[in-house]
Write a protein that binds this ligand. Structure first.
Ligand SMILES: C[S@@+](CC[C@H](N)C(=O)[O-])C[C@H]1O[C@@H](n2cnc3c(N)ncnc32)[C@H](O)[C@@H]1O
Length: 298
């Protein structure tokens, strides 16, 4: 079937990022993002509970946010930690930087850095008391590995370098990382594995998760610090229609990557088959999942 015919049927297919750094436009991101809820608690509430108990008591709070996007987690950080000392914000997307620079123009002590997370780690000079990243850390790790899996040493060494050199003693790291074996991500990884061989085994966790686990083990072994990991299965996310589920998966989760592919029709057909297995009377219900990493340096 012609792409133009498919685009008539699914107008959202016209959106396409030419470069990985374009990600998706901030306003579109805000409009398409679903709420992620774990045992009736949203991801943002989990983050704010952590801030209240672990970060608010710190005497100095020089913070770093990685992959801030349109500032969902930033808003929570600013609300719960109003006496922060400084906040550095890293994102790869120029549009997200532009959007958030405007959004936080009256906020003191914020610096924006357009960079890939792992590359930022390789040259960071500042020291931090708290580093956090919601649903973004894996983007950077996978972008390094998809074309060259041997870069895992570079990625691992730079995470370790950053923890050793740029995180203060008793400094904390908080990451919400997706679970590639959740119902939601299993659907995606079936598609990603067709183009990126590093995802060929969908029966194991994503390379990014495995790499973070490896870094955690090294930190424990070398007495650098301790990671605690919590696995959460999300409450099912409801998609009102097949069209809504397709748009969310093609444009949000797969970042428009396949929208101009020759295989787009086949991909849509396969997604529909997957969604059919989650179809209920009044919608499609698919469970997400995540790992919450909390690291504390010695
Ligand atoms: C799923 S969004 C998460 C945004 C925000 N943390 C939230 O929870 O709403 C992923 C973000 O990671 C950013 N990103 C993608 N690749 C990146 C990379 N290599 N380094 C840093 N940020 C990246 C995107 O631009 C986007 O803003």
């Amino acid at each position: 079937m012609q792409l133009s015919y498919l685009q008539q049927k699914y107008p959202w297919l016209k959106l396409h990022a030419d470069k990985i750094s374009e990600y998706i436009p901030p306003d579109y991101y805000n409009s398409i993002l679903k709420e992620y809820v774990f045992n009736s608690v949203t991801d943002l509430k989990l983050f704010s509970n952590y801030l209240d108990s672990k970060i608010r008591p710190l005497p100095i709070i020089r913070a770093l946010e990685l992959g801030f996007g349109s500032g969902r987690a930033t808003d929570i950080f600013l609300e719960h930690i109003p006496r922060y000392t400084s906040l550095d914000m890293v994102d790869l997307s120029p549009q997200m930087i532009d959007y958030s620079q405007k959004k936080y123009r009256n906020q003191r002590g914020i610096s924006f850095i357009r960079s890939d997370t792992i590359n930022y780690f390789s040259s960071a000079k500042n020291k931090y008391d708290f580093v956090y990243s919601l649903w973004s850390f894996s983007h950077s790790v996978h972008q390094h590995l998809i074309h060259d899996p041997s870069k895992s040493e570079y990625v691992k060494n730079n995470i370790l370098r950053f923890i050793k050199n740029n995180l203060e003693s008793n400094g904390k790291l908080y990451i919400i990382h997706f679970d590639s074996q959740s119902e939601e991500q299993t659907i995606l990884f079936k598609q990603w594995k067709k183009v990126f061989p590093i995802f060929s085994d969908i029966n194991i966790q994503s390379p990014s998760k495995l790499l973070i686990d490896e870094v955690s083990n090294i930190c424990l072994r070398e007495g650098i610090g301790k990671m605690s990991t919590t696995h959460l299965v999300g409450d099912p996310i409801r998609y009102e229609s097949m069209n809504e589920a397709l748009e969310t998966f093609m444009n949000f989760h797969m970042e428009t990557y396949f929208n101009k592919s020759n295989d787009v029709e086949e991909i849509i057909d396969e997604l529909k088959q997957d969604f059919n297995t989650y179809q209920k009377e009044n919608g499609i219900y698919i469970k997400p999942g995540c790992f919450i990493y909390e690291f504390e340096k010695r």
